[in-house]
Design a protein. Structure first.
Length: 211
């Protein structure tokens, strides 16, 4: 059973492509962003501690993210697609250890690439379902009924961190802390570099052809 990792700047389409790959290859999709937002929405003690960091576009500590991910992973069976994780070299090293204890390994790391101007347009037009987390875009991927999720009928809204100012911080965090992962996975021979421009279906086809 394959375990895939998907990697790229904010707004590049990780969530959309992960959902597609999860369906196509019967994988469990685990998004650390979704796990963190769930804690925040439920106002758990952890959620309260991390709310400001996430709202400001800063990365949450490796320790917190690892704990959440390991707990979520324990509830899955079969192959995984990890969406938005790892985001630091330390997380990647800890993931290797966690996978080793579970008898799993990473089969491929999909790196979605896109120009910064296109990223910004994708992020500020993004709509997310408050119910199931499905992702839409006002212009590029509108829902069938305005404001409603196609999958679960939930209300669609803007993530508070999907604004031009916070995206600048998220991009800076990405460049500084996440980009070094490219070398890490390139050296392991796992990196698949995919052009993230075009429609979701076009990008999906490129990914499938590469893995
Ligand atoms: P995402 O939904 O992947 O765009 O993540 C939204 C926010 O959650 C990020 O801007 C971070 O604040 C936090 N986050 C998500 N995944 C991680 C991670 N692997 N490590 C640290 N922070 C994360």
């Amino acid at each position: 059973m394959k375990n895939l990792l998907i990697f790229g700047a904010p707004g590049v389409g990780k969530g959309t492509q992960s959902a597609f790959l999860a369906e196509k290859f019967s994988l469990s999709q685990l998004s650390t962003g979704d796990l963190l937002r769930r804690e925040i929405a439920a106002a758990t003690p952890l959620g309260k501690r991390i709310a400001d960091l996430v709202a400001g576009g800063k990365l949450v500590s490796d320790e917190i993210v690892m704990k959440l991910l390991a707990a979520a992973m324990a509830k899955t069976e079969g192959g995984l697609i990890l969406d938005g994780f790892p985001r630091t070299v330390n997380q990647a090293e800890q993931l290797d250890d966690l996978f080793a204890t579970l008898g799993k390994k990473s089969a491929a790391v999909i790196y979605l690439k896109l120009d910064e101007s296109a990223l910004l347009e994708r992020v500020v037009g993004r709509l997310s379902c408050g119910g199931c987390g499905a992702v839409y875009h006002r212009k590029f991927m509108p829902p069938r009924v305005a404001g409603k999720c196609d999958d679960c009928g939930g209300e669609l809204g803007h993530r508070p961190d999907d604004n031009p100012i916070t995206v600048k911080t998220r991009l800076a965090e990405y460049r500084q802390k996440t980009m070094p992962l490219l070398e890490f996975y390139r050296n392991k021979g796992l990196l698949k570099e995919i052009d993230g421009d075009g429609t979701a279906a076009e990008v999906s086809a490129r990914i499938v052809a590469s893995i």
